[in-house]
Design a protein around this ligand. Structure first.
Ligand SMILES: [Zn+2]
Length: 327
């Protein structure tokens, strides 16, 4: 049973928002474009694995996606499968080409189109996430259960190689389509149900309640000053900035489109990029609205949670989890 759908990663949405609001001539434009492709590739690999996860028997397995927890540092598990008997940490990879796992250096070399590059070792990542989860369980006094780990390659075209004699490492790596069989195989190793009755549901509820949302300061990541970000409401049809507010709608002077709710994407962009709460003044400035009364009214219609007192302007928030459901 899938307990939470995999969300579109915030860093992916942030890069899309950046590209909407930077001129193509900006010095970081191409870096952001490249990294957006990597995020999209990773996400589509994870979605592909979700398809195979949906085949696991609902009565035996609980599936949690994108589980970000905190010990001393935060760590993020792509997928955690829990049963009454064991837990399984999945590290999902969507990689094109051939991977060579070097026994001597513990490094991984990726070869694609005659180009070789070192990449971080997904087995090391998966193992680290497992031990971080075990530490977390201990710190939160959860009933200990055995925890396994697997690297899941979302496409069968990823070719895996290692030194002769080191092939045992492949028992912790699979292609997504073999997931169901592998999980059944792992479950045969264990007999004792440790999380009986409601204990499994309670453990999963607790894990989900302790998630830490990830909200990177993306402008800082790329050293982009706020003043480089072009304000305005983007046209939903031709993406031109800014639309003009005319008689209770937005109008694009380039493609002559009208829209009632084109401002929603601008509000989303504000939260994705600026990392601060929104005030009426920010809203008016970022959406380029001439009259404060109109800005106030439009902001009010969004029903965002607010915090304010008589001494300073109200501040509006968008909890990260809501960013997709709200709009
Ligand atoms: Zn337009």
């Amino acid at each position: 049973m899938i307990l939470n759908e995999r969300p579109i990663p915030i860093p992916l949405l942030q890069r899309e928002a950046l590209l909407r609001r930077l001129p193509k001539t900006h010095s970081r434009y191409h870096d952001i474009e490249k990294e957006l492709i990597n995020w999209k590739t990773g996400y589509s690999g994870e979605k592909n694995v979700d398809y195979y996860l949906s085949y696991l028997p609902d009565d035996q397995y609980r599936i949690m996606n994108d589980l970000r927890l905190k010990n001393k540092n935060t760590f993020q598990i792509d997928t955690l499968i829990m049963s009454q008997i064991f837990g399984l940490v999945l590290e999902i990879k969507n990689i094109t080409g051939t991977l060579f796992f070097d026994q001597n250096t513990n490094g991984v070399i990726r070869r694609y189109k005659e180009i070789e590059e070192g990449i971080s070792n997904p087995l090391t990542q998966a193992k680290r996430h497992r031990s971080q989860l075990m530490q977390w369980n201990l710190a939160h006094k959860l009933k200990p259960i055995p925890i396994e780990y697997l690297v899941v390659f979302s496409r069968n075209s990823t070719i895996l190689k290692t030194n002769p004699g080191n092939e045992h490492i492949f028992k912790h790596m699979i292609y997504a389509e073999n997931l169901e069989e592998k999980v059944a195989q792992i479950s045969e190793k264990y007999q004792n149900p440790l999380l009986k009755g409601r204990a499994l549901t309670q453990a999963c509820d607790y894990l989900l309640s302790q998630r830490i949302p990830s909200y990177p300061d993306i402008l800082k990541t790329y050293s982009i000053p706020k003043s480089d970000i072009r304000p305005g409401v983007p046209c939903p049809k031709c993406q031109a900035l800014p639309m003009i507010r005319v008689s209770a709608a937005w109008y694009c002077s380039i493609c002559k489109t009208y829209s009632k709710n084109a401002h929603l994407i601008a509000v989303k962009d504000f939260f994705l990029l600026m990392n601060v709460p929104l005030t009426v003044r920010d809203f008016q400035g970022f959406l380029i609205i001439e009259q404060r009364g109109v800005a106030k009214y439009l902001l009010h219609t969004l029903h965002l949670p607010a915090d304010g007192n008589s001494k300073r302007a109200a501040q509006y928030f968008l909890p990260p989890d809501c960013i997709l459901s709200l709009f």
